[in-house]
Ligand binder design. Structure first.
Ligand code: MOS
Length: 742
């Protein structure tokens, strides 16, 4: 029935991307386009006392210099600046006033005839500050960290630490075997290939067409309307392609406000592209200090879990996610408690970054489980199996599906886990120590309301439209696959429209929720089309379907086909002819089925081999096997790429990534991809991805989403492998050579 779903279909936008035909936000042009360059603050806290833009203004070709002193009017209240994923607090307002909230804050925009002139002029702006003390070091602020407040938005309530179960302190004190330690993950930055940019076309009449790099065109549209006091119909935001976001583009970024302000001020089209160092002022994965205590019975079952976290946010917004509760989704323990506090630093607000909270939390939890296994003299995989939970411990719910046991089994088999010698430093390959480590991953399987429009024409072509983004994950492709199958048409007859705020409603693309949402949305709308075709067919004399319902027919090979008798068919063209139609258009919103009785998650089991040079300490991840349970997989090629990217990023997290701040100046020192290390090809060796079979009925297509699960747990698997190779436990990331010494 399904020629495309589940197959390794190549990206339908692949040719456009590799030939350069796919256009990104900074590549759209307009007559008379002006170019902006951003001036960034060089202190971390205080006020601007004087900003001298005279020399910049005098440069030939400079059109204007906007600062807080001469910017167009902006609203006073916070509400106008709240985007759909804004946390509690007072959102940052670019060029609003003279207050400096973080180093790298945009404080002026030069707009000029060319980008070279704008950049030169930006270098001529002189700024005097009245500095105030700042703190950018989480360890300095940990004692002053504040507990999570009950959020004003009940939807954010899900991120509060889970409730205490049982008597964790007593259980811990009475445990036969205990492990307790502190783990640290530093601030990390998203480094998408595409730079943040916005090209704002000033249309006749003053409306704006905004080509923006974003994970949510309608989020940016509404946000700009709030900030600029404009009507929705006067702002159209378009983002057909995105060169990576990973969460950094969930919230509208400051360059889009600056470009739009300038375009309206000059009544001219303006582009603002950020430099890579400027992108480091956009938000980051919050650093996290975690203290985990595990209490086990002698038989290797858990009786107590405590998990405390301190994470980083700004002075003006409280960003956090559910950092501490993940153990309750994986491991049975009658007693548990969780706490989460925020260290408010003089930095931009932290933000979502691939599998936010789970990625950092599972590094600590899965390292701690490995340490407990060592204390219990138990194989680390065996420990996971003894503690395995078939229920969400927080709400005592069953899972809609949970094939994690199968992930463990298949992953271990493909990796060859049974050949592992438990003794640290016992395995070697020439001058290298060999270490094998494993860890579990868990993420959410979410679905959100979304609207899909389909226009089917009598010649058997369909246009499928939704305002979702394709952040590089393959959304165009899976939408085309699902539409082709649901409408019974060849893939080439489907055209996908997305990334445009004028299309039917979609939330931001994030949280691994778009594939599930938009695919089921297409199925719903395609069902409406089928229903209408059936009605038309039934008006034909001698209709082969007579009293058949929509559920009793399918669309296949350009025809309506009876499910009971495949010889009963009516072609799309004949059905439309019956109604004198040349097209059918349907638009329908699909909302998830309410189901509070079951927990919905995706799972992973990662097995990693490292080789560590005994003299030099150089660590290579030579092999990784990741087994994933994520419901039905729409496209094993694009889904495989998502997991592969996640595993690579997990290796980067384990061995390379760390945002370094000079706390004296509160400034990021390595705001570029020369000094902020990410894995390169030479760091990546053999990675195998397994999708285990998992049936799930949470939504009609049985989907769960794969965008984020791939990274969760990988860093712990690497750290555990490094321990196994060297006998050295590194609890603060990244695991660099110096940490293996002594
Ligand atoms: Mo993802 S961190 O929700 O883009």
């Amino acid at each position: 029935m399904a020629p495309y779903i589940g197959t390794p279909t190549s990206r339908v936008d692949g040719v456009a991307k590799v030939t350069g035909a796919a256009k990104y936000a900074a590549e759209f042009n307009a007559p008379g386009l002006a170019h902006g360059s951003v001036v960034s603050a060089t202190i971390a806290g205080g006020r601007i006392t004087r900003i001298d833009t005279g020399a910049a203004q005098n440069v030939d070709g400079v059109l204007t210099v906007l600062t807080h002193e001469n910017r167009p009017p902006m609203p006073d209240g916070d509400q106008a600046y709240k985007d759909e994923v804004a946390p509690d607090g007072s959102p940052f307002r670019p060029l609003y006033d003279n207050k400096i909230r973080f180093n790298g804050q945009p404080i002026a925009l030069i707009v000029a005839e060319t980008s070279e002139i704008a950049r030169h002029a930006a270098s001529l702006v002189r700024v005097d500050y009245d500095q105030e003390p700042h703190v950018t070091d989480i360890f300095h602020q940990r004692d002053a960290a504040v507990p999570i407040k009950t959020p004003s938005d009940p939807a954010e309530g899900q991120f509060a630490p889970p409730k205490t179960r049982g008597k964790p302190d007593q259980a811990l004190a009475a445990a036969a075997v205990r492990h307790e330690a502190e783990y640290f993950v530093p601030i990390e930055h998203h480094n998408p290939m595409e730079l943040y940019a916005s090209t704002v076309i000033f249309e006749r009449g003053g409306s704006l067409t905004v080509y923006d790099k974003t994970q949510g065109v309608q989020n940016v549209q509404k946000y700009l309307c709030g900030v600029l006091g404009m009507k929705l119909e006067d702002v159209r935001v378009i983002s057909p392609f995105m060169g990576g976001g990973f969460g950094s583009g969930l919230r509208p970024q400051f360059q889009v406000v600056l470009a739009a302000l300038a375009a309206r001020f000059l009544r001219r089209s303006v582009r603002v592209a950020l430099t890579r160092p400027q992108m480091y002022a956009l938000g980051y994965r919050p650093a996290m200090i975690q203290r985990i205590a595990l209490g086990a019975n002698a038989d290797g079952t858990l009786d107590a879990i405590t998990h405390d976290a301190v994470t980083v946010t700004s002075q003006y917004e409280d960003f956090y996610r559910q950092e501490t509760g993940w153990s309750g989704l994986l491991y049975q323990s009658a007693n548990a408690k969780y706490a989460h506090r925020l260290a408010r630093l003089n930095l931009a607000t932290s933000c979502d970054m691939r599998a936010p909270s789970a990625t950092t939390a599972l590094f600590a939890l899965e390292s701690a489980m490995d340490e407990l296994a060592v204390a219990l003299r138990l194989d680390p995989l065996e420990l996971r199996l003894r503690c395995y939970s078939d229920r969400d411990q927080h709400e005592n719910k069953i899972y809609s599906s949970k094939a994690l046991r199968e992930c463990y089994r298949q992953g271990a088999e493909v990796f060859g886990w049974d050949k592992r010698n438990a003794m640290p430093s016992s395995m070697r390959d020439g001058t290298e120590l060999v270490g094998w480590g494993m860890a579990t991953g868990v993420w959410e399987a979410l679905q959100v309301p979304i609207t899909v429009r389909i226009v089917l024409t009598a010649n058997g072509h369909a246009e499928v439209a939704c305002a979702t983004s394709d952040i590089g994950t393959g959304t165009y492709t899976i939408m085309a696959q699902v539409a082709a199958d649901m409408l019974g048409l060849p893939l080439d007859n489907i055209s996908i429209k997305l990334g445009d705020s004028s299309l039917p409603q979609s939330p931001v693309e994030g949280g691994s929720w778009i594939a599930t949402s938009v695919a089921n949305g297409i199925a719903t709308t395609a069902g409406e089309i089928r229903g209408e075709l059936l009605q038309l067919a039934n008006k034909m004399p001698n209709s082969p379907f007579a009293n058949a319902t929509q559920e009793e027919v399918v669309l296949a090979n350009g025809k309506l086909v009876s499910k009971r008798d495949a010889s009963r068919t009516v072609s799309i063209a004949d059905a439309m002819r019956q109604g004198n139609l040349d097209r059918i258009e349907k638009e329908k919103t699909t909302t998830p089925v309410e189901d509070h009785a079951r927990a919905k998650n995706t799972h992973a089991a990662h097995f990693v081999e490292v080789k560590v040079d005994e003299q030099l300490g150089v660590i290579r991840v030579t092999r990784a096997v990741s087994a994933i349970a994520a419901g039905r997989i729409l496209n094993i090629k694009t889904a495989g790429s998502q997991i592969l990217g996640g595993v690579v990023w997990g290796i980067g997290m384990a061995l390379h990534e760390e945002t370094q701040i000079d706390h004296k100046f509160g400034r990021i020192m390595n705001a570029n991809i020369a000094e902020y290390h990410v894995p390169v090809h030479a760091d990546i060796h053999d990675i195998k991805i397994i999708f285990v079979d998992e049936q799930d009925d949470s939504n009609p297509l049985g989907l769960k989403g794969v965008g984020e699960i791939g990274i969760v747990g990988v860093a712990a698997a690497v750290a555990n492998a490094v321990y196994h190779a060297t006998g050295k436990r590194v609890r603060d990331l990244p695991i660099t050579l110096d940490k293996l010494q002594g």
